[in-house]
Design a protein around this ligand. Sequence first.
Ligand code: AGP
Length: 602
Amino acid sequence: MCGIVGYLGKKEKKEILLDGLQELEYRGYDSAGIAIIEGDKLYNFKAIGKLKNLREKTKAYESEGFGISIGHTRWATHGKPTELNAHPHLGAYSYVVHNGIIENYQEIKEELQADGVNFLSQTDTETIVHLFEKNNKYENSAFAAFEKTIQRLRGAYATLLITESAPDTIFFAKNGSPMLIGFNGDDIYFASSDTPIIGKATEVYYLEDGEYGYAKEGEVKLFDGQGKKNFTKQALTTDKISAQKDGYRFFMEKEIYEQNHVMSETMMGRVLDNSIEFNELDANFFDGISAIKICACGTSYHSALTSAYLFERIAKVRCDVEIASEFRYKEPLLTDDTLFITISQSGETADTLEALKMAKRAGLKSLSICNVDNSSIVRESDAAILTRAGIEKGVASTKAFATQTMVLWMLALYVGQKQKTISDEILKREIDAMLQTPKVLIVTEKLHAKLYRLSKRYLHGHGFFFIGRDIFFPLALEGALKLKEISYLHAEGYPAGEMKHGPIALADSELFTIALMPKSMHYDKIKSNVEELSARDATILAISPKPFELADDFIQTAYDSHPMLEFFEMMVVTQLFALEISIRLGNDVDMPRNLAKSVTVE
Ligand code: AGP
């Protein structure tokens, strides 16, 4: 999704902007650009594709002295990924960058065109800069013109505007899309998340929806619908090490390998000898709750689906899961004995955030399970449990899924404990299994080598079916999503018992079936389902602790004492499987085509 950076001060601006944009690459983008105003000089560079193209274009330029500057990575929403559509967008003497969608842009554009304004791009963003310049003709200051512009916009946006009519000022506004302001002495920074400013700014302020204002050297003035506003800065973290690749080929690979460590972090202080504790939750948080509704998207949705089995089986609480984008428009019936849980790695997914806002409007208590502190979803929720996975840069989510699923497993036990639906004996057995999870997630050289060798046989075919039952069905969905996201091969996840109701018609030797066959859960049932496929000549890759003689390929897993341990071990296998196939196909695993890390538009 689009990323924004901004800098105001005396330092070299080009490098600050380009480095900042580099840090936002993980959000996904298809073009990038920067604009700088130094006194009466105005510079603008844009390029489609990767940032190295923009670097190449700016090679001969270096900024000097005090100036204001903005930069942007664009993930196309309105209009193709072309240089004309790339941000910053130019009016006659001003530049704007924007993340989000201006819903009423068409109406504003038509008005401006009727006034004779010529639009160069197909974007909604360009309306902001032209509207500002129109307002600037009549208002008595550039800020008044900016304020009037913002008041006219509907939809989600985070935006920065610079103009020759106020060459010492950056104007900013945020509503529904993330943006923060960094501070270091007189220097002011802006960014969509804190990674671009770590090591540069020392303090930060995370803008709230509806806030806007302006920054000049050493000062920031903040406003909202009520007028001028005071704000409190907080110290900015300095830890950037986790954002490096550490010698792995891809961030995704590194993130798969570090799952065992982050899982310990996720459990720390929460999984105790005989109980599960969440300091984040008031002791009476679950009082009056008799049902759970979970909304999420993509991978986070798959962890939610997994947890529905756990909440009902362990905690004996009814649990429904819905895809957030569907939930938004179905006019759901919500009752206030329902806890509304959102799950999100980024905490900025527009559909999930909107679902949460709907639930809050209906008076439901809300809890978010999220990887990013201070994100919009965390701030919007009554309570939040952080997954502690660390920065996840690979667009294809791995460690976030693992830690989300762990938090949900813990939460199911926690609810069972609170509502006394679980015996001490079962609790103890679950905790014992939980504590073994980090060990299960270790990627051995042998396993990785085996998947590397085997992957060469899975680069073609007419499709993949990942099949499983119970909690292994959402894992099958997740395995298929991972493969299709980064390999661009068609893959589906299916409940194993459902294949015979249609999809089995596809079975032949070119249909690759990845069968999740845990020993501790419904082994005989799934075995029969796989036998049915094998009888129709489907190619079978079986993942199981038990040798399966009809398998064309076989990965033997090691842990079979608890379904969740089998779940996590098989999860790693499916992640490595997708990774190795995609690397062989020559794909950019960390930034797959057409995808964004954080989907902040509907
Ligand atoms: C995961 O591999 C995907 N890239 C995607 O499905 C993602 O899980 C989804 O967009 C939800 O994101 P969130 O967890 O940040 O809300």
